[in-house]
Design a protein around this ligand. Structure first.
Ligand code: AHG
Ligand code: MN
Ligand code: MN
Length: 341
């Protein structure tokens, strides 16, 4: 399916596979390569779900003893998810390369002439929550290579603003496993039925409310925040019925979980720059960009506090950015506090 043409609005209960196929059928000139790639991503999602659900029993909890390019201790599930994605995406020859949080550099996958796409991925998001059974996830985006299929992917294919994404989605491994997916307009949620081994549409056309009443930020960093963020954090806690303050505070510590709640209920998630992480903590290519693409497609907003995330021009594969996600009005209020300092 050439994702430039939007699939028809799905119908509740439709399977993910049918939704993707209908999208391809509805796209004149579709070659099926994008559809095939997306089906592979969803197969990897089902395999990772199985690993996550059995993690406590299958000795895949805990650490590998290595550290990744981020300098973070690698968990067995990080590595397992990464290897699953790489082996599945290597099977059909539509994926030219993968940019993964767990790999130092972009990993070439296929030089098949049909390999016209690059996948950016955080294979396992929320690693610090794995061994205490708190919600974790997988975040991905799909870009079309600039050059023709068959030519090796280069940094030029991936160091691009997030607005160039064809598709973005995330898996949330929580009480249920959900896949949230968008091609730029319309965001749909599919819930996994482990008895059937299939995702079914459960949340049609998710819209992020214009304004919410929940804020999500790691308050443990408050002494490191700028004056503007500290003033915003104090303001959001004040008593004021007219602006439904104080907001409730919710913070899981897995971006996928905090973002998913914010997408459905509205409000704001913020991981601002601070004195410890002057460029923010979250990675632009495979955390901020896919999430920003999803939030904007759902009518929400995503900035680095001042600029639109999807307009940021990456210069390095693993570069970090401050990230403010959520309801348009709440994200704008946050930006105002940053402007006023
Ligand atoms: P990852 O596990 O992929 O490294 O991502 C962890 C990120 C993100 O999931 C979350 O929003 C953030 O780290 C939480 O950071 P703090 O623990 O510093 O709040
Ligand atoms: Mn992450
Ligand atoms: Mn990760």
């Amino acid at each position: 399916m050439s994702a430039s043409i939007q699939p028809p609005p799905p119908k509740l209960g439709i399977t993910l596979e049918t939704y993707i196929m209908e999208g391809m059928i509805g796209s004149p000139g579709a070659t099926g390569h994008f559809t095939s790639l997306l089906n592979q991503v969803c197969l990897a999602a089902r395999m990772i779900t199985a690993h996550v659900r059995a993690a406590g029993l299958a000795d895949v909890l805990g650490y590998t003893g290595q550290t990744n390019v981020q300098g973070e201790a690698v968990q067995k599930l990080d590595e397992l998810a990464n290897n699953t994605l790489r082996s599945v995406l290597s099977r059909r020859g539509h994926c030219a390369a993968i940019v993964s949080e767990e790999d130092d550099e972009m990993t070439p996958i296929s030089d098949d002439p049909r390999a016209k796409y690059v996948v950016v991925v955080d294979p396992l998001d929320g690693s610090s929550n794995i061994d205490c059974n708190v919600a974790i996830g997988t975040i991905f985006g799909i870009l079309k290579k600039r050059g023709e299929g068959g030519l090796p992917a280069t940094k030029d294919d991936v160091l691009r603003p997030g607005r160039d994404l064809l598709c973005a989605g995330y898996l949330l491994y929580s009480a249920q496993t959900m896949l949230v997916l968008t091609f730029g307009r319309g965001v749909h949620g599919f819930t996994y039925d482990p008895g059937v081994g299939e995702f079914f549409l459960s949340h049609e056309n998710i819209r992020c409310p214009e304004k919410g009443s929940v804020y999500s930020i790691n308050g443990g960093n408050s002494t490191r925040w700028s004056a503007g963020v500290r003033k915003w954090a104090a303001w959001i806690k004040e008593e004021d019925k007219a602006t439904s303050r104080p907001y409730s505070s919710r913070y899981v510590g897995s971006l996928v979980a905090d973002a998913h709640r914010t997408l459905l209920k509205g409000g704001i998630f913020a991981y601002p720059a601070d004195t410890k992480s002057p460029k923010g903590k979250l990675r632009l290519l495979y955390e901020a960009n896919p999430m920003a693409y999803i939030f904007e497609a759902a009518g929400g907003a995503a900035t680095d506090g001042t600029s639109r995330i999807l307009d940021l021009q990456p210069t390095e594969t693993h570069e970090r950015t401050p990230l403010v996600l959520g309801s348009r009005e709440d994200v704008e209020t946050f930006a105002r506090f940053l402007r006023e300092g």
